[in-house]
Design a protein around this ligand. Sequence first.
Ligand code: C2E
Ligand code: CA
Ligand code: CA
Length: 428
Amino acid sequence: MQDALTGLDRYEAFLGKLEKELENIGDDRIAITYTDIKHFKYINDTYGYQVGDALLKDFVDAITTNNKTMLCAARVYSDNFVVANRVNSKYTNEGYRDIILRLNQEREIKFREKYLNSRLQFCTGISIIDKNSKDLDAETAVSNANLARKVAKELENDCCVLFNQSMMEGIKREVEITSCVPKAIANKEFQVYYQPKIETDTLHVIGAEALVRWQKPDGKFIYPDEFIPFIERSGQIVDVDYYVYRQVFQFIAKRLKEGRKVVPISLNVSRVHLGKMHILEYVKELFEEFKIPVSLIEFELTESIYLDNTEKALELINGLHKIGTKVSMDDFGSGYSSLNLLSRLPIDIIKLDKVFLKDDNLQENDKIIISCVVDMAKRLQITSLCEGVETSEQSAYLKEVGCQIQQGYYFSRPIPQDMFEKFMDEND
Ligand code: C2E
Ligand code: CA
Ligand code: CA
């Protein structure tokens, strides 16, 4: 049973062979390497399937020719390959990983040249089995290697990762978290906290950012940095965001009804919305339902959204502008910012990331960058806000360079709604 394109075993046949090898492992070690090709789709889309097929055949040649320790190999599907090798006793597991990484890098150089794609990359996960783990069945061994590959794929460089048990813990946590989300929404376990934004010149609260918190029934909090990456992968972030947005609209409507002070609240927009774009409809519905002025809601899109997909991001900003809300570029400076983006995108506010304030006393270099970004924003008529302000020195410097708005623990941590109401009333 062979794969017609590559001549390798079919995956089922591979599993059968691997099972036998595992039974007779003795004192040997067997490495399962699971590889896929980053940006393979681009080759198919740009040069057609014939070229894509040729690349896959070339790759199979590369991994099988002169591979004296190979036990069996298969194409799992598309551009996903799995190979089992006996590991020479002179290598440690880490040493074996280094060899695979070096081979991948050598192949990348050749393939990038031949297939005219400078980003083409091989991502490999490796699980190494010895007599202590020989009871593992073949399928689990492959799935461990595949899990390590997924971890590798998140990396920028050196996309070659050895499986370890803690990866299983991560997956367990992910499943645990994502399976609880629907019930958590129904049980109102998500809460909205507000972090005030302070006007540099007057020290007045002139806005706040809504930040989600998840309080489990046992009272413990799970913080966004832990659960958001998981629920972005599962797509559930859309429901959580919508829940947060509704709470915020409700809050503003309540304050307006009571005739008390209100300030614009900014809402975070996950990258996941870009794929769907229901967000514009949903926001319009909220404005219709709660009848609050559009000036009281703003949206924060992270810098990385723009870099991932500038076209879609532009479509979303234009849609939000059409509704009448302001849009800010969040986390500016945290990744590979392009200053170019600032002039190309019609954003209203730029939020300088807290990385610029990593020290209590600002470093000379960071000072220069902050003042340049603030200056540039001013010339482009974009409001500048700096987040993560923790000390009076930092705050004073931001005033000196003309950064209009500040946000950070120095003024207030994110706080629950009732505390934020008090904060606003006292500040008034
Ligand atoms: P972010 O949008 O950059 O939010 C600012 C984060 O910095 C918040 O973390 C905030 O608590 C923290 N922070 C504020 N001031 C300071 C400071 O002075 N020093 C330090 N060290 N940190 C400060 P948080 O609330 O844990 O949120 C983390 C991230 O999770 C947010 O980063 C945002 O990307 C995401 N997030 C939070 N709530 C939501 C939400 O409702 N929807 C979506 N899509 N993402 C959210
Ligand atoms: Ca934000
Ligand atoms: Ca931010």
